[in-house]
Design a protein around this ligand. Sequence first.
Ligand code: ATP
Ligand code: MG
Length: 139
Amino acid sequence: MERTLSIIKPDGVEKNIIGEVIKRFETNGIKIAAMKMIHLSKSQAQGFYAVHKERPFFDSLTDFMTSGPIVVMVLEGEDVISKNRKLMGATNFKDAEEGTIRKEYATDIEKNVVHGSDAPETAAFEIGYFFNDLELHSR
Ligand code: ATP
Ligand code: MG
């Protein structure tokens, strides 16, 4: 059993597609172990995306991620890190496969609706960034 962090980014919340995203997880056998809606501060967004701090898009990305509320979830299931990445589609929606969340809903390489951890180590860091053990519910 594996866990991963999923975020519905401010553009996804603004587009009113929280349910659409969650439905894809549930119909693909993924369980939600934790969930909340929060509005990140700039420094909280910078801390979350610290691995990208040298990238040219870091400032714009952290501005975007603080532009409105986000939905943060812990997903649980077999092979859920890569399953979630497949459901999301490529970072750039133009390269995303047909039927993926980003292909269907993203409008911009930055405003790409969802985030998903990319490896077990990043998942552990990202889950711990938002949730403590008491907030995680394995089913
Ligand atoms: P995420 O980490 O959000 O799940 P990802 O792993 O597909 O997405 P990363 O390379 O980790 O992509 O980039 C993190 C986020 O930074 C992207 O989701 C996107 O919002 C933004 N981003 C990535 N590349 C660019 C770029 N070239 N220009 C602007 N924003 C970018
Ligand atoms: Mg990433």
